[in-house]
Structure formats: structure tokens, C-alpha cells
Design a protein around this ligand. Structure first.
Ligand code: KG4
Ligand code: ZN
Length: 516
């Protein structure tokens, strides 16, 4: 049976007061509701009910041409299932019928999920009332809609109303029950166009990755212009394939998660623009994910026991970052590379040797037959006493070594060279990672990013952490390199936190994790 929205009646007051009490620190009293309900004209009070049980309510009061939204609340146990959105849509339609041109309301600054709900319905923050909520001193954010009688506003209202119908029909449909939200994720930060559908932040229903590597290989690295063009060509089909494979349709989704930084700007905007368009057309909320957070969340998919506080090392073609994660969503960068990223060093050395692109998998394969102690390459910053990395010196040392040997007419033993180079990279990473877990006293260590696919790095970290009694999580190879399943995992967590991305959000090439 679906949920319905109807006018509030005196017999609903008991249930309404109970929800009011659990929702607001300064709840309205019975008298206040009774007074409101006997005002003739310029008011609409609605409840949403399912199976004869009131699950939420809200009201609008018309003042001049503004409809003030009052006391919108949903019962604790059934939030995040579209009932608030449906109620708001019905209130907006009523407000329009009462003659309102604008919707307005005040919301607690810290009530992120309510603000996200209103933003998704087209309300914008237009000001702040400092210390408005006297009991906590918290600020109120004033929100305001564009003219709902204008064509653009009317179209949005119609979309909201249609989405509300779906929400009510689906309640308690099998998409939003205990299994958790159904999320479509989109990733396009570098040279992989990826989409995934996930249930409840864990269960990967589909994960499609269209790699452009062949188009970049002949240039020995990612060419940004080619990347954007290829994303544009692939994205519609990739998303469709992910949806088909998951056996789902857009109407079933609870959220769309998208990588909005860091990465190549021209590549990021393709995924973000697509996700925004889909969100606008369907009314499904949008959630923004930092690509590095995605790499860390890949570990949650690999091992559900992983829990902060933890230390994470994200090593990819664009990053070498050692991070402290005291709790999910809070990130402190301990150190980064001062020059080349770890994957970039692998790629550049392989390119110099004419071995192809990407260099990481090629060199690590060759290294299996080489002697890691054959050549004593520098371990930059090993004893620097901090958590910074530097890889360009090592890259230069390898290139100089090759030139020197060639000039001397000696043949280079490529496996020995690959193993020695790899060992120099890994030694510093392991040493700094171990120092970090010891210094911070954490019990978990997570590895992420394309270079985490390196077997020797996985082994070395596994051994070193075991010796410290620290649990290690390393994602399976398919979740190390760029994919959308990891974005879905991080996106689901952010969605459940009530975070939403506005349709005016922009991609950020240099987005940092610590500033979230
Ligand atoms: O995470 P990712 O797919 O894309 C970025 O966000 O950069 O990482 C790609 C990087 C490339 O530089 C690639 O050479 C490196 O990961 N990589 C490896 C290995 N597999 C991939 N590096 C070392 N050993 C590997 N087995
Ligand atoms: Zn990556």
C-alpha cells in the first residue's frame, strides 16, 4: 500500500505532537497547533500517512505573496525515504493554489539533511539570522524560492509533484527498506569513464569501467583533451550499461553520487554535468564525492570490519597522500609528494624505457624476475622526519643510470632495474606508513589508488603492519584502479549523512580532502 498526503485533522494531533517532540528542541504545544488550525484561509496543514499511521506533517502560512513553510517533520524511523520530499512538494502546490509566488522558511544551520531537501526543491539560502535558536545559539538559515508562478518555477513544481507521486507510491517500496539506499555513481576524473549501482553502501549490483588507456598509450600519458572527448562519447552508454546490469531504472534510485574533484578539470566536468542533468530531470538528489575519499572507501567494500581511526595511503597516477582518518568524513593530510606521484614515477620510467603505458603494471610484472638489491637507488626523504615524499629524484637517478650503462656499452638488465626502482619507492612508503600508525596509535591501515595494485607494495605493507599488530585492508585489484563502485560507497555514506550537492556545484581540479 502506498503512502498518502492529506489535510491534517484534529484527530491527527496526538501523532503530530509525538513527531514534533522528537524532531525539534523547542516543540510546539497542542494549543499552538490548535490555534493554527482554526485560522481561516491562507493556511494549509498536511500530514503524510501510511497504513492509517501518521508519519509526518507540515504547514504553510501565506503572508502577502510569500508562503512560509512551518514545522515540516518526519517520524524518526522513516526519514530519508522520500516522505519529506513528497510532503514539501504537496505544500508547495498548496502554497501556489493559495496565491503564493515564493516559498520561504528558516532552518537550523546544522540541519544538513533538511537544508538539502529544501535545496533540491529549488530553495536557496539568502541570509542568516545569527543565534536565532535561543536555546542553542544556533544560526537560522533563511531560504527562499524563485517565483513559483513563472514558467521555470512551474516546471520545477511539476517535477517535484511527479517525484512526490513516485515516492508515495514506492513507500515502503523495496528500494528504500532495510537494505539501504540504491545509489548510482559516476566517475570521470581521469581516463576511465565509470558507473556503478550499489545497494546499502556495500552491495555492488554493477560496476562498469570503460578505459581510454589505448587512446593515451601512444602519447605515453593521459592527454586531457582526449580524455574529455572520450568521456563525452562514453558516458551515456556506460551509465545505461550499469543500470541494465543492475536491473534497475532511474525511478528506483535514491541518489546519484558523482566525483567532483580532484582530477582533470575537463574530464571531471563531463561526469558532473551528466549527473546534474540526470538529477534535474528526475528530481533524484545529487551527492558529491572526493575522488581520494572514494579510493579510501574501496577498503570498506573489501573489508566491512575496517573502522576509523585509521591511516590511509592513497597512491595513484596523480597522488601520493598519507592521511589520518580519525572518523569517517574527517581527513587530515599527514604528508604528500612534493613533486611526482608514485604512479607517475612508474609511468615515466616505463616511458623512458619505451615499455608502454601505464608503466606501473608493466614494471611490477618485470620486477618479479629481478633482484631488488641489484642497484642501490636513492630513498628520498626516508629520514626527513616528516610524512612528505619526493619521487622525481629517484626517477632522474633511474634515467641517469640507464644513460650511464648505455654509454658504457653495457646491456641493462630490465627486471633488475624494475625491481630495484620499485623497491626504492616502496621502502619509503612503508617506512612512513609504519611511523604514522605508531605515532597516531591507530589499529587500521588502508591502502588505495592504482599503485595499490602493486603486489610487492601490498606484501611489504602487509608484513610491516602485521609486525605492529595493525590490521591492513587492501582492496581487490578491480577496486584499486579508478572505478565507480568506490565512489558509490563513499557517496552512500555522504547521502546518509544528509549531504547534497547543489545544481550550481562546480568541478574542482585541486579539491582537497582535509577541507571538506
Ligand atoms: O588510481 P588510478 O587508476 O588513477 C589515478 O587516479 O591516477 O591510478 C593509475 C596509476 C598509474 O600511474 C599506474 O601506472 C599505476 O596506477 N599502477 C601501478 C600498478 N598498477 C597501476 N603502479 C605500480 N604497480 C602496479 N601494479
Ligand atoms: Zn584514482
Amino acid at each position: 500500500m502506498s503512502a498518502v498526503v492529506r489535510d491534517m485533522e484534529p484527530r491527527d494531533l496526538e501523532a503530530v505532537l509525538a513527531i514534533e517532540g522528537e524532531s525539534f528542541p523547542m516543540p510546539w504545544t497542542r494549543i499552538m497547533f490548535e490555534n493554527e488550525m482554526c485560522i481561516e484561509g491562507g493556511r494549509a496543514w498536511l500530514v503524510v500517512e501510511h497504513d492509517n499511521k501518521v508519519l509526518g506533517y507540515g504547514g504553510v502560512a501565506l503572508m502577502a505573496d510569500e508562503a512560509h513553510v512551518m514545522n515540516l517533520a518526519i517520524h524518526d524511523g522513516v526519514r530519508h525515504r522520500g516522505l519529506g520530499r513528497a510532503l514539501l512538494a504537496h505544500l508547495a502546490v498548496r502554497a501556489r493554489q493559495l496565491g503564493a509566488r515564493h516559498l520561504t522558511l528558516e532552518v537550523r544551520e546544522r540541519n544538513r539533511s533538511a537544508r538539502a531537501l529544501y535545496e533540491a526543491a529549488g530553495l536557496k539560502s539568502v541570509g542568516v539570522r545569527p543565534g536565532y535558536y535561543s536555546e542553542t545559539g544556533e544560526h537560522a538559515v533563511i531560504m527562499w524560492s524563485d517565483d513559483i508562478t513563472h514558467p521555470g518555477g512551474e516546471a520545477r513544481l511539476e517535477l517535484l509533484r511527479r517525484r512526490a507521486e513516485q515516492d508515495l507510491l514506492a513507500y515502503p517500496g523495496d528500494t528504500t527498506d532495510e537494505q539501504g539506499p540504491l545509489v548510482l555513481a559516476i566517475e570521470s576524473s581521469c581516463d576511465e569513464t565509470a558507473a556503478a549501482v550499489m545497494r546499502g553502501g556495500r552491495e555492488v549490483l554493477s560496476s562498469v569501467v570503460a578505459t581510454q588507456v589505448d587512446f593515451h598509450a601512444r602519447f605515453g600519458g593521459v592527454v586531457p583533451e582526449i580524455a574529455s572527448r572520450k568521456h563525452t562519447e562514453a558516458i551515456v552508454a556506460v551509465v545505461q550499461e550499469a543500470m541494465d546490469e543492475a536491473g534497475t531504472v532511474f525511478g528506483d534510485l535514491d541518489a546519484i553520487a558523482v566525483t567532483h574533484g580532484p582530477g582533470l578539470i575537463g574530464a571531471l566536468v563531463v561526469g558532473l554535468a551528466y549527473a546534474k542533468g540526470l538529477s534535474f530531470a528526475t528530481g533524484i538528489p545529487l551527492v558529491g564525492v572526493n575522488h581520494l575519499e572514494g579510493h579510501i572507501f574501496a577498503n570498506v567494500l573489501a573489508d566491512p570490519d575496517v573502522q576509523p581511526p585509521l591511516v590511509a595511503l592513497v597512491v595513484s597516477g596523480g597522488h601520493t597522500s598519507l592521511l589520518h582518518v580519525p572518523e569517517w568524513g574527517v581527513y587530515r593530510t599527514l604528508g604528500e609528494t612534493l613533486d611526482d606521484a608514485a604512479g607517475e614515477a612508474f609511468d615515466k620510467v616505463a616511458k623512458f624505457l619505451g615499455l608502454g603505458y601505464p608503466g606501473g603494471p608493466i614494471l611490477s610484472k618485470l620486477a618479479e624476475d629481478g633482484d631488488p638489491a641489484a642497484i642501490d637507488f636513492p630513498r628520498a626523504m626516508l629520514h626527513s622526519g616528516d610524512y612528505q615524499f619526493s619521487l622525481s629524484g629517484l626517477k632522474t637517478a633511474v634515467i641517469n643510470h640507464i644513460r650511464h650503462e648505455r654509454d658504457a656499452g653495457r646491456e641493462i638488465d630490465i627486471p633488475d632495474l624494475a625491481a630495484s626502482f620499485q623497491e626504492a619507492v616502496i621502502d619509503v612508503q612503508v617506512a612512513k606508513a609504519v611511523r604514522a600508525v605508531k605515532e597516531l596509535g591507530v589499529r587500521w591501515f588502508c591502502l588505495g589508488g592504482g599503485v595499490a595494485a602493486n603486489p610487492r607494495l601490498r606484501d611489504a605493507l602487509g608484513q610491516a603492519m602485521a609486525a605492529e599488530g595493525v590490521g591492513v585492508s587492501v582492496p581487490p585489484l578491480s577496486l584499486c584502479t579508478d572505478n565507480a563502485a568506490m565512489i558509490a560507497a563513499a557517496g552512500t555514506w555522504r547521502y546518509l549523512q544528509g549531504e547534497r550537492l547543489g545544481l550550481d556545484a562546480e568541478a574542482e581540479a585541486d579539491m582537497r580532502l582535509d577541507e571538506r
